[in-house]
Design a protein around this ligand. Structure first.
Ligand code: ATP
Length: 423
C-alpha cells in the first residue's frame, strides 16, 4: 500500500488511537491553547503513524516552556510528574496506575562544543528542534493545538523519505557530531527494511572511525537498542559489512554461521518450563558472544562495560559450552553439580543455540528436585552441625537426582543409614 502523503493527519490519529488517548491529546492541546503555546507530536510516534505502525510513545514538543504546561496538566488532569528544569523536559504519567507516560519537551536547539561531545542546549522553536534530530524520518511533527490539530510539519522531507524507504541524515556533519547515529541509522534501516541514502552511506563510511570517541555507556546503549530489535541479526550483519563492528571493538565476532544461529535462536518460541524472561539485550549479547574465549570477552567488556549480570551470563556460557560434551552419559547429579549456580540466562542461550535434552531436563525438572530433609533434620537426628552438612545434603540430593531415592520412605532409610555411619 503506498504511504499517505496527506498534509493533515487528524483522521489517521482518530483511527489509530483509542478514544481515551484522543481525549487525552485534546485535553493537552486545550491546555496548551489556554497558555498560548503551540505544541507538536514528534519523533517515533509520527514516523510510525505514517508507516501505519501505530506506537504508544508520545513525545510532545512545546514551543515555549514545557514545565509550566506539564504542571497545569497535573493540576487539571492529575497524575505524576517528573520535571528536569535544566533541560526543560517533563515526564507526565497521566494515570498513577498505568506506566504509560508522555514526554513534554521544551523546543530546543543543540550545539556541539566538539565532535562526539554531549550537546549544549538552548530554548528554541519547532524548526530548530527538528533540525537537531538524527534522520529526516524522525523530523516529522504533527501540530496538536486545536485549530491545527493533525497538521503535518515536514521541513526536511521526511514524508518522502518514508515513502521511498530512505534513512537520511540532515547535514553532512551529523555523524561527526554524534557517532551514535551510525548505529541508529542501521537500526532504523534494518527495522523498516529501508536503505541508507547515498550521501548518508558515504558519510557513515567516512566517519565510522569516530566511534572510538564514544564512551562505553553511549555505545553500549545503542547496541542494546539494536539487540532489542527483531531484526538484530540483520543489523549486526550490516554493521559487519560496513566494518562498523570492528571499529567498535576488534574482538566482536561476525560470520555467516553466527548469523544463521542467532536468527534461528531469536525466532524460536520461549522454551517450555524455564520460567525465564531474560532482557532481550542480555540474551542477545549471550547468543552473539558466548562462543568467544574469556580473553576476547574481557576485551569486549573493557570497551562496552556490559552490566555485571550480562557479563557474568556471558562468561558462564562461554566456560560451560566446551565442557558440555564431556558431561554426556554422566549421571544426573554430575549435570546438576555443574549447572547449578550458573546464571539461567547462560543455560537458556546455550540451549537455544544447540539444544541438549539434559539442559532442558535441568531447567524443567532437575533444578527443582530437592530432598525433604534439611539442616534441621540432620540436627534433630543428632548429627553435629558443621561444614559437613553441605556435603551430606548434597549427597542426599544426588541420591534423589540419580534415582537412588524415589520417595520419602527411601529418604528415611538413607538418613537412618547416615546416622549409623556418622556416629
Ligand atoms: P524508537 O522507535 O527507536 O524508539 P524513537 O524515534 O522514539 O524511535 P528515541 O530514541 O526515543 O527514538 O528518540 C526520540 C527522538 O529523539 C528520535 O525520533 C529522534 O528524533 C531524536 N533522537 C534520539 N537520539 C538522537 C540522536 N542521537 N541524535 C539526534 N536525534 C536523536
Amino acid at each position: 500500500m503506498p504511504l499517505s502523503s496527506a498534509l493533515n493527519y487528524a483522521p489517521a490519529l482518530q483511527q489509530s488511537l483509542s478514544a481515551a488517548q484522543l481525549r487525552l491529546l485534546h485535553s493537552i492541546a486545550a491546555q496548551a491553547a489556554r497558555q498560548n503555546l503551540p505544541i507538536y507530536m514528534v519523533g517515533g510516534f509520527v514516523r510510525d503513524l505514517l508507516l501505519q505502525r501505530p506506537s504508544q510513545d508520545f513525545d510532545i514538543v512545546v514551543e515555549g516552556d514545557a514545565i509550566p504546561l506539564a504542571n497545569a496538566l497535573v493540576q487539571t488532569l492529575g497524575g505524576n510528574l517528573t520535571a528536569h528544569s535544566r533541560f526543560g523536559t517533563a515526564q507526565w504519567q497521566p494515570h498513577a496506575t498505568d506506566q504509560n507516560h508522555i514526554d513534554l519537551i521544551t523546543a530546543r536547539r543543540e550545539t556541539y562544543a566538539h565532535p562526539a561531545a554531549l550537546p549544549t542546549v538552548q530554548k528554541s522553536d519547532i524548526q530548530q528542534d527538528l533540525a537537531r534530530r538524527d534522520f529526516s524520518i524522525n523530523t516529522l511533527a504533527l501540530r496538536l493545538d486545536e485549530a491545527h490539530f493533525g497538521d503535518l510539519l515536514d521541513p526536511f522531507n521526511g514524508q518522502a523519505d518514508l515513502q521511498n524507504g530512505l534513512v537520511r541524515v540532515l547535514h553532512p556533519l551529523s555523524f561527526t557530531d554524534d557517532p551514535t547515529r551510525i548505529l541508529r541509522a542501521i537500526r532504523y534501516e534494518q527495522r523498516y527494511g529501508f536503505q541508507l541514502e547515498e550521501n548518508t552511506l558515504r558519510q557513515l563510511q567516512e566517519t565510522r572511525s569516530r566511534l572510538s570517541l564514544l564512551s562505553a555507556e553511549r555505545l553500549r546503549h545503542e547496541l542494546d537498542l539494536i539487540l532489542r530489535e527483531a531484526a538484530a541479526p540483520a543489523a549486526l550483519q550490516r554493521l559487519h559489512n560496513l566494518s562498523v563492528l570492528e571499529e567498535i571493538c576488534a574482538a566482536l565476532p561476525w560470520n555467516p554461521t553466527l548469523h544463521a544461529e542467532m536468527e534461528s535462536a531469536l525466532t524460536q518460541p520461549p522454551l517450555p518450563g524455564w520460567n525465564l524472561n531474560p532482557a532481550p539485550e542480555e540474551l542477545g549479547y549471550a547468543l552473539w558472544l558466548l562462543r568467544l574465549p574469556r580473553e576476547r570477552i574481557d576485551e569486549i567488556q573493557t570497551r562496552l562495560r556490559l552490566p555485571l549480570d550480562t557479563y557474568q551470563s556471558l562468561c558462564a556460557a562461554s566456560a560451560l559450552r566446551p565442557q558440555l560434551p564431556a558431561l554426556q552419559g554422566k549421571p544426573t547429579s554430575d549435570w546438576v553439580l555443574r549447572l547449578q549456580n550458573q546464571p539461567l540466562t547462560a543455560l537458556y542461550a546455550l540451549q537455544l543455540l544447540n539444544p541438549i535434552p539434559e539442559l532442558q531436563e535441568y531447567a524443567q525438572h532437575w533444578r527443582h528436585i530437592r530432598p525433604r530433609a534439611n539442616g534441621d533434620t540432620l540436627k534433630a537426628r543428632g548429627i553435629p552441625p558443621g561444614k559437613r552438612y553441605q556435603t551430606l545434603l548434597w549427597a542426599l540430593r544426588a541420591a534423589w537426582l540419580d534415582g537412588k531415592i524415589r520417595n520419602e520412605e527411601e529418604e528415611e532409610r538413607w538418613l537412618e543409614g547416615l546416622v549409623i555411619s556418622e556416629k
